[in-house]
Every structure is written in C-alpha cells, then in structure tokens.
Design a protein around this ligand. Structure first.
Ligand SMILES: [Zn+2]
Length: 223
C-alpha cells in the first residue's frame, strides 16, 4: 500500500498544481497579521529547536520573529485580497488595437511544494480594446500574485486572468521563464535549467499574434 504522504511527496516533487486558484481556506483572514506573526514565530522556534539549534545564540535569537514577519508581510503578503493593486485604467483613444508588451518583469516567488524561491522573468502583453493600464500596474499585478506560495503555471494563469478582468478583454498573454531553487540547489541539482510557462488568451491564441509577441520578447533590449 502506498502511504498518502508518499503520494503527496510525488505530486510536490513533480510540481503538479491542482487548480488556477490559490488553495485558501475560508477562514484564511480571520486572524490579523500581528496574530499570524506571533503564531508563526512560535512555529519557526519549534522547527529550529527540533533541528537542535541553540536559539539563545545571538545570531539566531531574532530569526523566528524575522521569518514570521517576512512570511506574513513580504514573501506571502500577496495572499491577502486587500493588497491587490487597485485597478485604475485609462481610456486610450489613439493607439487602439496595438499590442503592448511589458517584458523582463522580475519575479521573486516561492515554490509551494518546497517553500524555496522561484526567481525569473515575466513577459506580459495585451491588445487594448480601448482601455489601458499604467505600465507599473502590470509589474505590481505580477508581484502581487508572485508573493504567495506558488506553482509557476498557476502564477502565469492568475496574472492573465487578473489583467483580462482589469482591461476588460480576453486578449492578454503571459510567458514566465524562471528558475526554481528546489530544482537548482537540491534534488537533482540542475543549475542551468529553467522552466517556461505560457498562457495565451483571446487573439494571442492565433499563430500570427502569438509569434509577434514572442518576437518582441526575443528583442535584445540591453542598453
Ligand atoms: Zn519546489
């Protein structure tokens, strides 16, 4: 008989996600950030103590609190719906119908199977139907969804779905090229490999449009 933990281990090692939605419980935000930090601090203390570390050492003393704050406020800060970037858009009367590409958006995320960093770049594009967003808004949307325990495929889809909603069009695409430290630094230790995921909505499903987007990504923009 295969133990459940073994099955779940295999799912995680292969980085198989199960849904486009972040699996949150309905009581996810019943506790305040400060309450969460206090609880996580104790949990981190427990992990480090179990590992045999001396938490009275000056260097380790502040670690549990520091990690708890980092989890809640920074690397998993994008779990909270209140932190979603506001969706102010503008009318664009002059460049109607052209593709806009925002490339090389830096991604720092966290693999939800190993809680190790995912580092990479996102390239996002849309074809305006008359509505545009500020360029920095695209970076902020990417960053918001990256700041969660993630699966790269889900991150790609969440970015596209959010921009489709904000821009009121299906014509949105996202390509992410990222390194997973759980693959690069442990396990099979493949330093060079990176993972590419893509989601093409609306007109980006058409060959010609998709190729135009991919050609823009390939442009050398080192100035
Ligand atoms: Zn992983």
């Amino acid at each position: 008989m295969i133990h459940n933990d073994d099955l779940n281990d295999q799912l995680g090692e292969n980085h198989i996600g199960t849904s486009a939605r972040t699996p949150l419980r309905s009581d996810a935000f019943d506790k305040s950030d400060d309450e969460k930090i206090a609880l996580i601090k104790k949990d981190v203390e427990s992990i480090l103590t179990t590992l045999g570390l001396d938490l009275t050492d000056d260097s380790l003393k502040g670690t549990p609190n520091r990690v708890a704050k980092m989890f809640v406020k920074e690397i998993f800060g994008g779990l909270h719906p209140h932190k979603k970037p506001s969706s102010s858009t503008f009318d664009n009367k002059y460049k109607y119908g052209e593709m806009l590409v925002e490339k090389n958006i830096t991604i720092y995320s966290t693999c939800e199977h190993h809680l190790l960093p995912i580092v990479g770049r996102a390239h996002v594009a849309y074809i305006s139907n008359g509505t545009v967003v500020g360029l920095s808004k695209m970076n902020r949307i990417v960053d918001y969804f990256a700041k969660r325990p993630q699966v790269q495929e889900r991150l790609t889809i969440q970015i596209v779905q959010e921009l489709q909603k904000v821009l009121n069009t299906d014509d949105v695409a996202c390509v992410i090229d990222a390194k997973h430290l759980c693959v690069n630094s442990r396990g099979i230790r493949d330093i060079e490999s990176s993972t590419v995921t893509a989601e093409f909505g609306g007109k980006f499903k058409e060959d010609k449009v998709r190729r135009e987007f991919l050609d823009y990504i390939k442009l050398d923009t080192t100035f």
